[in-house]
Design a protein around this ligand. Structure first.
Ligand code: LUZ
Ligand code: MOS
Length: 754
């Protein structure tokens, strides 16, 4: 089934937050960004701003009706700066005006005064002074000392990994409409309507039921709207409460880049040992996560780093720690992969480094250490239905590793200034929110008495095709045309207390709840169908089925069509509505001992990447990325392929060109798309192959179709190492420097490193 919204997207009829017709009297809000990164004694002078024609009001911390606090996991983030500033771009006030132009002028007219404090932008510096978001956390298994005693080869090193800007096409935004009786309706571009509802209720000082959050769709999110959509919803809601007018705020690209958090930059130290069979005998690491100035989702992201530190490998003896460091950058946040990509990059670098030192192909090390059935992860879960080896061997069979190696070798022997390199990147990614209590969802299904259907779930459509998948599930259970089914907006009054659409789990959680609701409804319909088609032959209810909008009995079509069945069910006063709840079974985690079974299942895969560099220019091309991916049994190969392609490109961008630059004062230098380079069509690999790993899928996945949103991001990591191998073919002196992204500037420096 094709993406059900492609036609309305192509014709421009799809409605996003800014397409909602504005109500007369709507005011335009704008946040005033802090102009310095760290300060106390903040004073805000609003007199000049209020003199601008069209100015309505300026809201400051003291005007917040309820609690001036939006921190979800740790209560450490004021909605509006209250006396202190912790990063450039932190909202210090919110202006309201009759026009957008007036609002912009007001922002410039607000004067900030303060006593500056020292600025820290770097995680290691923050760690030295003990500036943490939360206490360090460690995962371990086995016995490190024993592991060391078994080691024949040793290595250690450092890694530095940059952050990443989400660059969703649709910037952050919200539109709040006052309703009767002190209620509010909020249109928010959020992955988490319940978070927006709960936190807005808190800052307004009212109950959650007074707030309705409605989301039609987002123009991209990638994790950037899991937590950070809340700010703008809260600000517009306060504006609406204080003025009794609708208030809208659409961030400009410049504002969005300046004010919102990004993927976390990480620094890491690692130590690794191999035994004589090249098995990893021990692995130690310290991850320094640059969390920015407030917790946001960093504690959960730290956790996912810990869960993915050994990637797709079995490491019997290991201990590693994540240090979540508080700095004066905007609070960094969820981004596709959620702390796992950084952890996976580090162990790939560790294998690379030790391979380099003992002069052996890193892929030999990777191969012998792949997780096999029953191996335990450092968090206690056993690898069940491990596809790690299957993925590696399938990729080898399909793409022929030896032939690729030989081609690269031949190329390098016949070319002096152009060089090629290749890398193999195995994937293992855990599916479920690592916080067990978040893994649940509900679905509400109404069959209208003309036979058409409306579905509400908590899933947010953000371009990933979740609505199409939801339609597919219902259409298949009822055996009706998808055209009879409508996906309603995601709305907190229809489906309440929801988890964000995140952690790759949107289709699984909402799909399983929807499946349950539809199956319950179908059961009621089949009972009616049995009565309608009863005759003297004693057919049993199991004999009755629905096929292509017709009731079948004993495998034979009857006269009863879908519409008639629905109408008859309605006339018999039987409910045509159903609300079902799903909670992922068999998952648990004990944080005291850091052991459990946090993931419903794992997604596996393998990518082989070939890169070619130009050693005079420092430029490169990704020649090919060949992937075998564990889709399970893909329920929609077209959509799933789109997810793999998009994630791969986003991963390649992260490790090759996207370089966030802040100066020592915490000012974002890459503050426009002229200075922050994202991949375009010219940076795409010349060839991308995406093959389906042959498996039976996993019963915990919706229709045995495994979660696909985040895992393939990791394939992009291979580009870094492929480029590095090409560079080493030109300059064998390149050793042990792992700084990502490998921009052309950095590559050029490496190429001529002595
Ligand atoms: N969000 C979250 C996530 O709250 N918990 C998670 O485990 C997670 N994983 C990936 C992406 N978002
Ligand atoms: Mo996410 S990083 O919002 O799954």
């Amino acid at each position: 089934m094709k993406l059900s919204e492609s036609e309305s997207h192509l014709t421009g009829k799809s409605i996003y937050t800014d397409d909602i017709p504005e109500i007369q009297g709507t005011l335009y809000g704008k946040a005033v960004p802090a102009e310095t990164a760290h300060a106390e004694n903040l004073k805000i002078d609003i007199n000049q701003a209020l003199k601008i024609p069209g100015a309505v009001r300026v809201i400051r911390a003291e005007d917040v009706p309820g609690e001036n606090q939006i921190g979800a996991i740790i209560q450490d983030e004021p909605l509006l700066a209250d006396g202190e500033i912790h990063h450039i771009g932190q909202p210090v006030a919110f202006v309201l005006a009759e026009t957008q132009t007036a609002a912009s002028k007001m922002v410039k007219a607000v004067k900030q005064s303060y006593n500056p404090l020292p600025v820290v932008t770097d995680a290691r510096t923050a760690a030295k002074s003990g500036s943490y978001i939360h206490p360090p956390r460690t995962f371990a298994q086995g016995d490190l000392e024993y592991g060391k005693s078994r080691s024949k080869y040793f290595s250690k090193g450092q890694v530095r990994i940059a952050g990443q800007e989400h660059l969703y096409l649709e910037t952050q935004r919200a539109y709040t409409l006052p309703q009767e009786d002190g209620n509010f309706k909020i249109h928010s571009s959020t992955q988490s309507p319940t978070a927006v509802q709960a936190i807005t209720a808190k800052v307004l000082g009212i109950a959650m039921h007074k707030i309705e959050v409605d989301v039609r769709r987002l123009g991209g999110a990638f994790g950037g709207k899991e937590d950070q959509a809340t700010h703008w919803a809260c600000l517009t809601a306060i504006g609406a409460m204080l003025t009794d007018k609708p208030v809208k705020y659409i961030l400009s690209r410049e504002e969005d880049l300046l004010m919102t958090g990004k993927r976390h930059p990480y620094d890491a130290d690692f130590k690794i040992g191999l035994d004589e069979d090249l098995k990893i005998s021990y692995y130690e690491a310290d991850f320094f996560q640059n969390a920015g100035s407030a917790a946001d989702l960093s504690p959960a992201i730290s956790e996912r780093t810990l869960f993915h530190a050994v990637s797709s490998y079995f490491v019997p003896n290991t201990s590693y720690t994540v240090h979540s460091c508080k700095t004066n950058l905007p609070p960094n946040t969820a981004f596709r992969g959620f702390g796992a990509p950084q952890a996976i990059f580090v162990i790939e670098a560790a294998i690379e480094k030790i391979a380099e030192e003992i002069n052996i192909n890193p892929n030999t090390i990777k191969n012998v250490n792949l997780l096999t059935e029953g191996d335990s992860f450092p968090y206690g879960q056993k690898a069940e239905q491990s596809e790690a080896r299957n993925a590696w061997e399938s990729a080898d069979k399909l793409f022929d590793f030896e032939a690729i190696k030989q081609e690269v070798k031949d190329f390098n022997q016949t070319h002096e200034l152009k060089k090629q390199g290749y890398s193999i990147t195995p994937l293992c990614f855990g599916i479920s929110f690592t916080n067990t209590s978040m893994n649940h969802a509900r679905a509400l299904v109404h069959i209208y008495h003309d036979g058409s259907i409306g579905i509400s779930t908590a899933a947010i459509e953000m371009g990933q095709g979740v609505n199409t998948k939801m339609k597919q599930i219902a259409a298949e259970i009822f055996s009706i045309s998808p055209g009879k089914i409508k996906l309603e907006t995601t709305n907190t009054t229809r489906v309440a207390n929801t988890s964000p659409t995140a952690a790759s789990s949107g289709s699984d959680l909402n799909g399983k709840a929807l499946e349950k609701a539809c199956i319950n409804l179908r059961k009621r319909l089949l009972d009616v169908a049995y009565e309608l088609t009863a005759d003297n032959s004693d057919s049993i209810p199991e004999n009755i089925t629905l096929l292509d909008e017709v009731v079948y009995k004993g495998g034979v079509p009857t006269e009863v069509k879908w519409e008639q069945l629905i109408e008859e069910t309605f006339l018999r006063r039987i409910s045509l509505s159903e609300n079902a709840h799903y909670a992922t079974p068999k998952i648990h985690f004990n944080k005291k001992i850091e052991k459990g079974r946090p993931f419903s299942y794992h997604v596996y895969g393998n990518a082989i990447t070939v890169a070619e560099i130009d050693s005079l220019r420092g430029t490169y091309d990704i020649k090919s990325v060949k992937i075998v991916h564990d889709f399970g049994k893909s329920m929609n190969p077209q959509i799933d392929r789109g997810q793999v392609e998009g994630a791969l490109m986003q991963g390649i961008g992260w490790v090759t060109m996207e370089e966030l630059a802040f100066n020592d004062e915490g000012k974002l230098l890459s503050n426009a798309l002229s200075s922050y380079k994202v991949p375009d069509i010219y940076s795409a690999p010349h060839e991308v192959s995406i093959e389906h790993l042959k498996t039976e899928g996993h019963e915990a996945a919706i229709k045995r179709s495994k979660a696909v949103g985040e895992p393939p991001f990791m394939y992009g990591i291979g580009s870094y190492f492929a480029i590095r191998h090409a560079a080493k073919a030109f300059n064998p002196n390149i050793k042990g420097h792992f700084k990502s992204p490998m921009t052309p500037e950095r590559l050029l420096t490496e190429l001529y490193r002595k």
